[in-house]
Design a protein around this ligand. Structure first.
Ligand SMILES: [Zn+2]
Length: 185
Protein backbone atom coordinates (compact mmCIF):
# COMPACT_ATOMS: atom_id res chain seq x y z
CA UNK A 1 0.00 0.00 0.00
CA UNK A 2 1.30 3.43 -0.90
CA UNK A 3 0.77 5.99 1.81
CA UNK A 4 1.12 9.65 1.06
CA UNK A 5 3.50 11.40 3.35
CA UNK A 6 1.95 14.84 3.47
CA UNK A 7 4.09 17.83 4.32
CA UNK A 8 3.18 19.47 7.61
CA UNK A 9 0.52 22.13 7.12
CA UNK A 10 1.97 25.54 6.42
CA UNK A 11 -1.04 27.24 8.02
CA UNK A 12 -2.50 26.24 11.35
CA UNK A 13 -5.68 27.76 12.71
CA UNK A 14 -7.09 27.51 16.21
CA UNK A 15 -10.64 28.54 17.03
CA UNK A 16 -11.96 28.87 20.58
CA UNK A 17 -15.00 30.31 22.31
CA UNK A 18 -15.07 32.98 24.98
CA UNK A 19 -15.97 30.37 27.59
CA UNK A 20 -12.29 29.38 27.34
CA UNK A 21 -11.04 32.84 28.32
CA UNK A 22 -9.83 31.78 31.76
CA UNK A 23 -8.62 34.81 33.71
CA UNK A 24 -5.57 32.85 34.85
CA UNK A 25 -4.28 33.30 31.32
CA UNK A 26 -3.49 36.89 32.31
CA UNK A 27 -0.17 35.67 33.68
CA UNK A 28 0.98 35.04 30.12
CA UNK A 29 0.51 38.67 29.07
CA UNK A 30 3.42 41.07 28.95
CA UNK A 31 2.98 44.48 30.62
CA UNK A 32 1.84 46.23 27.46
CA UNK A 33 -0.65 43.49 26.66
CA UNK A 34 -1.89 43.75 30.23
CA UNK A 35 -2.34 47.49 29.73
CA UNK A 36 -4.40 46.85 26.65
CA UNK A 37 -6.44 44.18 28.42
CA UNK A 38 -7.25 46.65 31.20
CA UNK A 39 -8.09 49.41 28.73
CA UNK A 40 -11.18 47.54 27.52
CA UNK A 41 -14.31 48.47 29.43
CA UNK A 42 -16.48 45.47 28.68
CA UNK A 43 -15.76 42.01 30.06
CA UNK A 44 -16.45 40.50 26.64
CA UNK A 45 -13.87 42.74 24.94
CA UNK A 46 -11.36 41.88 27.65
CA UNK A 47 -12.08 38.17 27.24
CA UNK A 48 -11.66 38.35 23.45
CA UNK A 49 -8.33 40.11 23.73
CA UNK A 50 -7.08 37.82 26.51
CA UNK A 51 -8.04 34.66 24.68
CA UNK A 52 -6.54 35.83 21.37
CA UNK A 53 -3.27 36.84 23.04
CA UNK A 54 -3.09 33.55 24.96
CA UNK A 55 -3.86 31.43 21.89
CA UNK A 56 -1.21 33.29 19.93
CA UNK A 57 1.39 32.72 22.65
CA UNK A 58 0.42 29.09 22.97
CA UNK A 59 0.68 28.53 19.20
CA UNK A 60 4.02 30.28 18.79
CA UNK A 61 5.41 28.73 21.97
CA UNK A 62 4.67 25.26 20.67
CA UNK A 63 6.23 26.09 17.32
CA UNK A 64 9.46 27.59 18.63
CA UNK A 65 9.80 25.63 21.85
CA UNK A 66 9.17 28.41 24.36
CA UNK A 67 6.78 28.83 27.25
CA UNK A 68 3.82 31.01 26.18
CA UNK A 69 4.74 33.74 28.67
CA UNK A 70 8.30 33.89 27.28
CA UNK A 71 7.32 34.45 23.64
CA UNK A 72 8.30 37.99 22.59
CA UNK A 73 5.27 39.53 20.89
CA UNK A 74 5.66 42.84 19.06
CA UNK A 75 2.34 44.61 18.50
CA UNK A 76 3.61 47.99 17.39
CA UNK A 77 1.26 49.47 14.80
CA UNK A 78 3.09 50.26 11.56
CA UNK A 79 0.92 53.36 11.06
CA UNK A 80 0.79 55.02 14.46
CA UNK A 81 3.17 53.18 16.78
CA UNK A 82 0.45 52.16 19.27
CA UNK A 83 0.38 48.61 20.64
CA UNK A 84 -2.56 47.47 18.51
CA UNK A 85 -0.79 46.37 15.33
CA UNK A 86 -0.54 42.98 13.72
CA UNK A 87 1.30 40.71 16.17
CA UNK A 88 4.82 39.69 15.15
CA UNK A 89 7.45 37.57 16.80
CA UNK A 90 10.81 39.31 16.33
CA UNK A 91 13.50 37.00 15.01
CA UNK A 92 11.04 34.47 13.59
CA UNK A 93 9.57 34.22 10.11
CA UNK A 94 6.15 33.18 11.46
CA UNK A 95 3.22 35.11 10.08
CA UNK A 96 0.33 35.57 12.50
CA UNK A 97 -3.26 36.75 12.29
CA UNK A 98 -5.94 37.07 14.96
CA UNK A 99 -9.67 37.69 14.58
CA UNK A 100 -12.64 37.71 16.91
CA UNK A 101 -16.35 38.17 16.56
CA UNK A 102 -19.24 37.30 18.78
CA UNK A 103 -18.32 34.21 20.79
CA UNK A 104 -15.32 33.21 18.71
CA UNK A 105 -11.63 33.94 18.64
CA UNK A 106 -9.43 32.60 15.83
CA UNK A 107 -5.65 32.61 15.54
CA UNK A 108 -3.77 31.65 12.37
CA UNK A 109 -0.06 30.95 12.15
CA UNK A 110 1.82 30.43 8.88
CA UNK A 111 5.29 28.92 8.82
CA UNK A 112 5.75 29.92 5.19
CA UNK A 113 4.19 32.94 3.52
CA UNK A 114 1.50 35.31 4.71
CA UNK A 115 -1.80 34.45 6.34
CA UNK A 116 -4.98 36.37 7.12
CA UNK A 117 -7.88 35.08 9.18
CA UNK A 118 -11.31 36.63 9.70
CA UNK A 119 -14.35 35.55 11.67
CA UNK A 120 -17.66 37.41 11.57
CA UNK A 121 -21.10 37.00 13.03
CA UNK A 122 -23.89 36.66 10.52
CA UNK A 123 -26.15 39.62 11.20
CA UNK A 124 -28.53 39.83 8.26
CA UNK A 125 -27.21 38.38 5.02
CA UNK A 126 -24.95 35.30 5.11
CA UNK A 127 -23.70 36.13 1.60
CA UNK A 128 -22.67 39.63 2.62
CA UNK A 129 -20.97 38.32 5.76
CA UNK A 130 -19.07 35.72 3.75
CA UNK A 131 -17.94 38.26 1.20
CA UNK A 132 -16.75 40.50 4.04
CA UNK A 133 -14.73 37.68 5.68
CA UNK A 134 -13.00 37.03 2.33
CA UNK A 135 -12.21 40.72 1.93
CA UNK A 136 -10.82 41.00 5.46
CA UNK A 137 -8.80 37.78 5.27
CA UNK A 138 -7.20 38.90 2.01
CA UNK A 139 -6.41 42.33 3.42
CA UNK A 140 -4.85 40.86 6.57
CA UNK A 141 -2.65 38.56 4.48
CA UNK A 142 -1.24 41.60 2.70
CA UNK A 143 -3.50 41.48 -0.35
CA UNK A 144 -1.09 39.79 -2.76
CA UNK A 145 -2.18 38.38 -6.12
CA UNK A 146 -1.06 34.82 -5.34
CA UNK A 147 -3.40 34.38 -2.37
CA UNK A 148 -6.02 31.70 -2.07
CA UNK A 149 -9.03 32.95 -0.09
CA UNK A 150 -11.66 30.51 1.07
CA UNK A 151 -14.28 29.88 3.74
CA UNK A 152 -13.80 27.25 6.42
CA UNK A 153 -16.67 25.48 8.15
CA UNK A 154 -17.25 26.17 11.83
CA UNK A 155 -19.15 24.00 14.32
CA UNK A 156 -20.78 27.13 15.77
CA UNK A 157 -23.88 28.42 13.99
CA UNK A 158 -24.18 32.10 13.24
CA UNK A 159 -20.48 32.64 12.59
CA UNK A 160 -18.37 32.52 9.43
CA UNK A 161 -14.63 32.20 8.98
CA UNK A 162 -12.35 32.77 6.01
CA UNK A 163 -8.62 32.40 5.55
CA UNK A 164 -6.18 33.78 2.98
CA UNK A 165 -2.84 32.11 2.33
CA UNK A 166 -0.40 31.41 -0.52
CA UNK A 167 -1.89 29.11 -3.17
CA UNK A 168 0.46 26.23 -2.43
CA UNK A 169 -0.25 26.34 1.31
CA UNK A 170 -1.97 23.61 3.31
CA UNK A 171 -4.33 24.38 6.18
CA UNK A 172 -5.13 22.56 9.40
CA UNK A 173 -7.92 23.81 11.67
CA UNK A 174 -8.29 22.89 15.33
CA UNK A 175 -11.53 23.68 17.09
CA UNK A 176 -12.69 22.73 20.53
CA UNK A 177 -16.05 23.27 22.14
CA UNK A 178 -14.86 22.31 25.57
CA UNK A 179 -11.37 23.50 26.29
CA UNK A 180 -8.15 24.52 24.67
CA UNK A 181 -5.44 22.83 26.72
CA UNK A 182 -4.15 26.30 27.29
CA UNK A 183 -3.46 25.73 30.96
CA UNK A 184 -1.92 22.32 30.75
CA UNK A 185 1.64 23.31 30.02
ZN1 LIG B 1 -2.31 52.33 14.77
Amino acid sequence: MVVDNPAPPSVRIWVATLTQADLRLRRWLDPREMGRFLSYESPADRARFLLGAAMLRSAVGQQVGMRPEDVPVDRECESCGAWHGRPRVPGSSLHLSVSHAGLLVAVAMATAGAVGIDVERIRSSPAAAESWTHHEARFKAGGGEDLLVHSLPLPWPGHLMAVAHPKNGTVKVSTSRQRLDLLER
